[in-house]
Ligand binder design. Structure first.
Ligand SMILES: [Zn+2]
Length: 382
């Protein structure tokens, strides 16, 4: 455990119990938002990678609302999603406004479902986020197709022929596509378009690719906008990397670039801070200072993007503290009702908006040990 965090932990042990009510006092009874709860999560042995992501997702309002709505639907057999719904519900229905909750059932379900997480080692928070969102999407898709099968049987039993007016002109493939969309996709999914322009005939071909989060390379003393621009930089394909042009019917030099075609409701940005170093045969952390603004607009959108001017507000940041992917600690800062909170496992503190700057990273390349933004959650204003 890193020195910095140890200090914070010791400080918290001294104020244990007093901590919760201190937060309530600091926010003030009049300012404390109605129907809001700030609960820390108990750490079950290096589960901060999980706690930090769960807190960030809890404060992504559209996601929280869908999970809570899932909770009140008819009971299904236990899954990672039912455990998540139980956890969110238990936070949302607490009598107290602040406190600590053990996410025990969720953690044991997670360990049961994926052997990657079935141990007491530190894991990658981004890997966990990815796993969680994909697992929920898969579960919802499965439920949808089961429902569809059941409905299909009902129609068959009721005799064929009578169906009308349900947009039956859509092809089977298109129908399939629509049923594949779940609220996870509605919230997090965006589309990238990969454009390739042949430098011989100028023909442009494009290929779309969906994403639930974007992973961007980081550089020293830059900003998120810079990283996103880098992500969309034009790349020239030449010599051995030439591209096969359908028009020219031969390999040609080409220019390739990636742009955002559909902007998601919640944009999750993963900063690639862990880099494999061939010389030392392991991952090292890039503690580079990358400024992330409270408001964000994307500039790397494609010409045919449906909503290129979407304005985003920063709502949560998962912060990695320490020097490497399998060491250190994760905490989360979130914005709730106009103020900022820091969740460090079972500890919740109110912080100033200016304190966010402390999580940009370090200007010096010498120290790899930093508390730096790792996954950013931006929510669209519309
Ligand atoms: Zn060509």
């Amino acid at each position: 455990m890193e020195i910095l965090m140890t200090v914070r932990k010791i400080a918290s042990i001294c104020t244990m119990g007093a901590n919760a009510s201190a937060l309530e006092k600091e926010i003030g009874p009049e300012q404390f938002p109605v129907n809001e709860h700030y609960f820390g999560l108990v750490n079950f042995g290096n589960t901060c990678y999980c706690n930090s992501v769960l807190q960030a997702l809890y404060f992504c309002r559209p996601f929280r609302e869908k999970v809570l709505a899932y909770k009140i639907q008819p009971r299904r057999k236990e899954s990672l999603l039912t455990c998540l719904a139980d956890l969110f519900n238990s936070i949302a229905t607490q009598k107290k406004k602040v406190g600590v909750i053990p996410p025990k059932k969720f953690i044991s379900r997670l360990r049961k479902e994926n052997e990657l997480f079935d141990n007491y080692m530190q894991q990658d928070a981004h890997e966990f986020l990815n796993y969680l969102l994909n697992t929920i999407a898969d579960l919802l898709q499965e439920e949808k197709s089961q429902e569809r099968q059941q409905n299909g049987k009902v129609v068959q039993n009721g005799g064929s022929g009578g169906g009308g007016g349900s947009g039956s002109s859509t092809g089977e493939g298109e129908m399939e596509e629509k049923t594949q969309q779940t609220w996870v996709h509605e919230i997090f999914q965006g589309t990238l378009t990969n454009e390739t322009r042949c430098l011989n005939c100028e023909a442009v071909s494009s290929k779309d690719e969906d994403f639930l989060d974007l992973s961007v390379d980081v550089e020293q003393n830059t900003s998120i906008t810079h990283c996103l621009r880098g992500f969309s930089n034009t790349e020239t394909l030449c010599s051995e990397y030439k591209y096969y042009c359908e028009q020219c019917r031969s390999k040609q030099e080409a220019q390739k670039r990636m742009r955002v075609k559909k902007l998601p409701m919640i944009l999750a940005l993963h900063l690639k801070r862990f880099k494999y170093m061939d010389q030392i045969h392991r991952y090292t952390k890039l503690s580079y200072r990358v400024v992330f603004p409270l408001e964000l607009r994307l500039f790397n959108t494609s010409g045919d993007a449906t909503n290129p001017d979407r304005l985003y507000d920063l709502v949560a940041v998962v912060v990695h503290c320490g020097s490497g992917p399998n060491r250190g600690h994760y905490i989360t800062i979130v914005k709730s009702h106009g103020f900022w909170l820091l969740f460090d496992d079972d500890i919740v503190e109110k912080i100033d908006a200016q304190a966010i700057e402390e999580f940009y990273g370090l200007t010096s390349d010498i120290s790899k040990n930093s508390e730096s933004g790792y996954i950013l959650f931006y929510q669209s204003r519309d």
